[in-house]
Design a protein around this ligand. Sequence first.
Ligand code: NDP
Length: 283
Amino acid sequence: MTAQIIDGKSIALAVREGLTPRVEALKAKGITPGLTVLVVGDDPASAIYVRNKDRACKKLGMAGTVTRLAEETTQEELLQIVHKLNADEAVHGILVQLPLPKHIDEQAVLRAIDPDKDVDGFHAMNAGRLMNGEEGFVACTPKGVMRLLEMTGVDLNGKNAVVVGRSNIVGKPMALLLLQKNCTVTIAHSRTKNLAEVTRGADILVVAVGRAEMITGDMIKPGAVVMDVGINRVDGKVVGDVDFESAKEVASFITPVPGGVGAMTIAMLMENTVEAAEHYAQR
Ligand code: NDP
């Protein structure tokens, strides 16, 4: 079997095009959806993500602002900026680029963001809403994976889903979203014994670990849908957590890296920001 390759790039483009009329409708009411990205320090990987987010905003005619702060910025200073943005009516989405320097408590900063402006969906309030099955902002990467899964047309009901990775920003919300769609979900992590045995049980396999090409074709059930969240730089090349060449011979659908999940993450961020501005317009 050779897998169908899920073209995240063109699906993301369609999502972004679908947002254009919503942005225009808001602008007609005098509201330009605004996203502010806060960057502390100069992590090179973050710089690329931030540039892409900013570009995506501009392309959609939204107001994208990037506030760059020095590595030495204190937690108190950062919290003050967040409070200011919470009160700013022109800002509908606030995103704090992670990771933050070690002297800053990430959770304290995320908790300070107004949950109605938390377009990354990382605030405990939004994480809790997802847990309870209530409306709220859903983290962009897992939300994007769900959208890509939808596009495959595969019925998720009753399927065995395995999520490798249990981070708050990808693995855990991913597992909850799959559970909402009635999958039987297993979460694997660094302490999981016999990982290959676990992954081979997956009809739907989502990998978010951060280890280049660690999931190989022999760890995948024939016909499985494979979603590769990983972004790893190896010898100047970007590769996923899945060994694409061997995996595509076994899977039914697979996302490439780059051009798969990553492209969707930014589209979902734009969608969340437009949604935040729409909620603001209704208030
Ligand atoms: P984290 O480092 O926060 O989490 C990694 C997870 O992988 C942890 O739960 C860890 O387990 C688990 N893990 C580590 N080693 C193994 C192993 N050998 N076997 C099984 N599980 C293991 O990473 P993130 O969730 O933030 O990101 C994961 C990957 O996704 C990265 O490559 C990142 O760059 C990428 N990413 C891509 C995005 C996109 O837009 N496409 C967005 C966000 C992230 P434990 O908890 O036990 O330590």
